[in-house]
Write a protein that binds this ligand. Structure first.
Ligand code: SF4
Length: 231
């Protein structure tokens, strides 16, 4: 504090390196280092500097990031920059919110950077007056109902035919709003129509069935690889 006058990235790194030196003197190389700061740019600069200094793993975080919404955005921006550059080995999301949300936010950050693929990747339109069903309500409901699904898969929820078919064709399961009935795509192909009445139960079932099929196919491929390597 005396040398730098205020917290800076350089001060954080100098302090961290003092502790690294102590561990070095004791010939103890198995540690990881964190230089979390609540200010996004300071944290990012500090981790960038530290990554040039040591080979040990770095534990990333924007500390005391704030409430659920603001803290999520800060964490995503800061950790996103670093992870995209290949800096960082473990992460912690610090929110003034339910710790369960911290884990969910961390997982979503890793998923959006394609560092983790487990779970459903939702593609959803923001909805507008052209929507044929309640896109936001459907998304909220599906996210909650399908939290337990660990299968890597894409699910598109698009309110009308402007973008629906294009997105649905790229997804494992796609719902596109249409008149008089909405259309469900499975495996990129138009599969069947559903009306707006109680379609969420049905959509959940279609997604779970598709997830089970993807898992079965994955297990079959793994078995094939094992058989080839042992045969
Ligand atoms: S896809 Fe259709 S419903 Fe969704 S935002 Fe675009 S125009 Fe609106």
């Amino acid at each position: 504090q005396r040398k730098y006058g205020e917290p800076t990235a350089e001060a954080l790194v100098e302090s961290a390196m003092r502790h690294v030196d102590i561990l070095d003197k004791h010939d103890y190389p198995d540690f990881k280092v964190s230089v979390k700061a609540s200010e996004v740019f300071m944290a990012v600069d500090a981790y960038r500097l530290l990554a040039k200094e040591i080979d040990q793993p770095l534990h990333l975080g924007i500390t005391e990031a704030g409430g659920l919404r603001g803290g999520t955005v800060k964490s995503a921006v800061g950790l996103g920059m670093l992870l995209y550059e290949g800096i960082g080995d473990t992460i912690r999301i610090s929110l003034a919110a339910d710790p369960v949300e911290e884990v969910k936010v961390g997982f979503e950050i890793l998923k959006s950077l394609k560092l983790r693929t487990n779970g459903i990747n939702f593609i959803a339109c923001p909805s507008c007056s052209r929507q044929n069903f309640d896109v936001i309500g459907t998304m909220n409901s599906l996210e909650q109902r399908l939290e337990d699904v660990r299968t890597p898969m894409d699910v598109a929820v698009i309110g009308c035919i402007v973008n629906g078919p294009g997105e649905a064709r790229e997804a494992d399961v796609g719902l596109t709003g249409a008149t008089p009935n909405n259309l469900i795509y499975v495996g990129g192909e138009p599969d069947h129509k559903v009306s707006n009445a109680d379609f969420i139960d049905h959509l959940e079932q279609v997604i779970r069935e598709r997830a089970a099929k993807i898992e079965a196919e994955r297990a079959r491929q793994e078995e094939e690889v094992i058989l080839k390597s042992t045969g």
